[in-house]
Design a protein around this ligand. Structure first.
Ligand SMILES: [Cu+2]
Length: 469
């Protein structure tokens, strides 16, 4: 059983030094006593408080920040309802009304100025722990009460991909807040840029010998980001018993189970019928689902892809792309592998996968744990112009521009906006984006305002115009 005393001990172990807990004598069962969390909330959380001398931790006026670029990163901690597609409504907790939260992108050496605001009326305080920082956890990540905000600053010293997450109410209920949606990533680009990519190939020489033929690609890349997690829910609420047993309800990628599979648009364009499914699992088929309708990811062949991957969850991710070999795996600023079939990410672990798709086709990124595959960890990328009907139909429709011009269907349908991180100095820009996210209508509209296409409006309008002509 999980007692407050146990939480305090855990906190002590986590933070490694002395602290005073407001609660000392009281112990109660958090799992079964629903009033326990309320008691913690009423007192403003378990205060793992250090002396006031440490109050300046994370302050933004540090002399070492002078001469550096300061990047603001505002977040709002807010509870909203979102659909899960397969398990009813999720009573989600979010950063800024989206799961995952907004992606921060900075260059190594920049100062990040993070402000977390919790609106009045939000039923619980929230916190924020950015793994890209190296700022003492206590008291920096303490609870931010409803109706208040808190700012801390740090230098992003080490390049890589880093999780950020809600730290709950001074670490109490942190599991609930994270697994109900409060997580995101920070990408810290290396100060000297990304290395060129080497891909192992072979060739037959003029004299008939088969020899190695290494191919090199510039550090510039077409970029995607994939964040893995689980939902442990009953009736839309976090179910801690399921979490303790690692019995997830759904496996999510960027907040959604099976969010990157075909939908009825692809059915129509490729099979001529919205009801003729291309793939065995298409739970987000309808255009009425708007930003929640599943979308495919697209890339041309022969182009350097850089995928930022984070395991936000509570279970391992065996990252594999069916039909491909991961050409390079980087963690932090160190290459871990040149070519590997699968790479294991433990909880709160990340990597950058570099890959070049050589052949046109359908490639499926999975967590190669069958329990994860069957519950949602399937994300499809179509490389090149593989589906001739989509090519013909979609190019003729001209939703955005011609597919042929770009060597991928992203030219007409766009890539899902939530699969593409903010651009950095070495990003190859996507020809178009479509509105897609596990997010509120306001966030979806913000994507549209930034240029992403609402396919659920564009496709029917174009089809109607085509029928009239
Ligand atoms: Cu929270």
């Amino acid at each position: 059983m999980f007692t407050i005393a146990a939480v305090a001990v855990m906190g002590g172990a986590l933070f490694g030094s002395t602290f005073t807990a407001q609660l000392s004598a009281t112990t109660f069962d958090v799992k079964s006593d629903v009033s326990a969390l309320q008691k913690i909330r009423d007192m403003g959380g378990l205060e793992l408080v250090m002396p006031a001398a440490f109050a300046a931790t994370g302050a933004c006026d540090d002399a070492s920040f002078e001469g550096r670029t300061v990047v603001d990163f505002p977040l709002t901690g807010v509870s909203i309802d979102l659909p899960t597609g397969l398990a009813g409504t999720l009573h989600a907790m979010t950063f800024s009304e989206q799961i995952p939260g907004p992606t921060l992108r900075v260059t190594q050496g920049d100062v990040v100025r993070m402000t977390l605001t919790v609106p009045d009326g939000e039923p619980t305080p929230h916190g924020n722990d950015m793994h890209a920082s190296q700022v003492t956890a206590v008291p920096t990540f303490g609870a931010v009460q409803p109706g208040t905000s808190k700012t801390f600053c740090y230098i992003a010293e080490v390049p890589g991909v880093y999780k950020y997450h809600c730290s709950g109410v001074n670490v109490a209920a942190m599991d609930q807040h994270v697994l109900q949606g409060m997580y995101g990533i920070a990408i810290v680009d290396p100060i000297d840029g990304y290395s060129k990519l080497m891909v192992e190939k072979t060739q037959v020489n003029d004299n008939g010998d088969v020899t190695r033929d290494r191919q090199f690609y510039s550090g510039d890349a077409l970029e995607f980001s994939l964040q893995y997690n689980q939902l442990y829910i009953t009736d839309g609420n976090y179910d801690q018993t399921k979490m303790f047993g690692h019995q997830h309800t759904l496996t999510t990628v960027n907040g959604q189970a099976l969010g990157y599979v075909p939908n009825e648009i692809h059915n129509l364009l490729n099979n001529g019928d919205v009801n003729k499914d291309i793939f065995v699992l298409q739970p987000w088929n309808s255009m009425d689902l708007h930003q929640y309708q599943s979308q495919l990811m697209f890339t041309p062949t022969g182009v350097h892809n850089r995928i930022f991957v984070e395991n936000q969850g509570n279970e391992p991710v065996f990252f594999h792309i069916v039909g491909e070999i991961l050409d390079r795996v980087t963690q932090g600023n160190r290459v871990q592998s040149h070519a590997t079939e699968t790479w294991l990410l433990g909880g709160s672990q990340n990597m950058i996968v570099d890959i070049v798709y050589d052949e046109p086709g359908i490639y499926v990124a999975v967590n190669h744990d069958y329990a994860a595959i069957y519950t949602g960890a399937v994300s499809i990328t179509v490389a090149g112009l593989f589906l001739p009907n989509i090519n013909e139909t979609a190019t003729a429709l001209g939703v955005v521009q011609g597919a042929v011009d770009h060597g991928s269907y992203a030219g007409v349908l766009g890539n899902p906006a939530d699969s593409v991180p903010p651009y950095g100095p070495q990003s190859i820009h996507h020809p178009a984006l479509n509105v897609h996210c596990m997010c509120s209508d306001a966030v979806a509209q913000a994507q549209a305002d930034a240029g992403a296409v609402k396919l659920w409006e564009a496709i029917p309008a174009i089809l109607a115009a085509a029928a009239e002509a």
